[in-house]
Design a protein around this ligand. Structure first.
Ligand code: CP
Ligand code: NVA
Length: 320
């Protein structure tokens, strides 16, 4: 096959790698993704772009519902010149009892990268174990790396830096909380997570993040009091109290999370310059009020747009 000599990403340190969780990246590699995304975003707005993956294909397998992830990957892959195969029904990927090994080894004969949203992180890891092509986690029960890359890009756009800022995450210690802790560890951003008792983020991940944070200087703390978390913070963030797959627990969670809503009163404890973020979909009136979602500090739609730019950059680098 003729070598694609026009690929500007050839030879980058992420070429051929996976992104199963953010700690798969070093601080320098996370910086490379964010800088690539910012550059591609600015150039796209000026009508400048490259299509380095002309003729290639990416499988996007969605075993949970999705709006943002599905559409942002589809558009990003198209802008790179590649074809996206979205598999979101029950009949096209891992649904007929075929082993993960067989499905992966067949799929990689057709496509050049696999993007997967599923329940267990171990499934993503197993796909990556068999695949010789890049595998990207598009959300599991444990992590959502693509979302947090987009969020880091958004914070830099609005606040000009990451290092030395403080993010306060208020709510469920879920996949988003776990991944923000990783994002902090990689970038020098302090992350405070406030949850009710029994809903703390994963302890093993926290320990790994704290080890990683030793090199970047970020402080990562888990606490109980939302006001303590938010006081003086630069970024206030929350997520649904009932993640996909937990729907039967909704009523209990509504009770358990009382006092953890991000509303104007809670926002008043943050810095005057603080921004509000939410990965969406939001449950307005539960974890956050309309007033905060629609207020002047909210950057939720920029954050959603940046899914496209962050993932396009990530694929640009991994697929090289
Ligand atoms: N934030 C996010 O991942 O949205 P979707 O579930 O709509 O993909
Ligand atoms: N914590 C949420 C994130 C959705 C993007 C979930 O897993 O459903």
């Amino acid at each position: 096959m003729a070598e694609n000599t026009t690929n500007p990403y050839a030879g980058n340190p992420l070429a051929g790698r996976d992104c199963l969780r953010l700690l798969d990246l070093s601080p320098e590699e996370a910086r490379l993704v964010l800088d690539t995304a910012a550059k591609q975003k600015a150039e796209w707005k000026d009508g400048i772009y490259v299509r380095p993956y002309d003729g290639k294909a990416v499988a996007v397998i969605l075993e949970k519902p999705s709006m943002r992830t599905r559409n942002s990957f589809d558009v990003g892959i198209t802008r790179l010149g590649a074809h996206s195969i979205i598999m979101s029904d029950d009949h096209s990927a891992f649904s007929r009892g075929e082993t993960v090994k067989d499905t992966t080894l067949v799929l990689e004969r057709f496509v050049d990268a696999i993007v997967i949203r599923t329940f267990a992180q171990s499934k993503v890891e197993e796909i990556a174990k068999w695949a010789s092509i890049p595998v990207v986690n598009a959300l599991t029960d444990d992590y959502h790396p693509c979302q947090v890359l987009a969020d880091l890009l958004t914070i830099e756009e609005h606040l000009g830096k990451l290092s030395d800022l403080t993010m306060a995450y208020v709510g469920d210690g879920n996949n988003m909380a776990n991944t923000y802790l990783e994002g902090g560890a990689l970038t020098g951003m302090n992350v405070r997570v406030a949850t009710p008792e029994g809903y703390e983020p994963d302890a093993k991940n926290l320990e790994e993040c704290q080890k990683g944070a030793a090199t970047t200087g970020s402080e990562l703390t888990v606490m109980r009091d939302p006001i303590e978390a938010v006081t003086g913070a630069d970024i206030i963030v929350t997520d649904t109290w009932t993640s996909m797959g937990e729907e039967e627990e909704h009523d209990r969670r509504l009770r358990d999370f009382q006092g953890f809503q991000v509303n104007s009163e809670l926002m008043s404890h943050a810095k005057d310059s603080a921004i509000f973020m939410h990965c969406l979909p939001a449950h307005r009136g539960e974890e956050v009020t309309d007033e905060v979602m629609d207020g002047s500090r909210s950057v939720i739609y920029d954050e959603a747009e940046n899914r496209l730019h962050a993932q396009k950059a990530l694929l640009s680098l991994l697929m090289a």
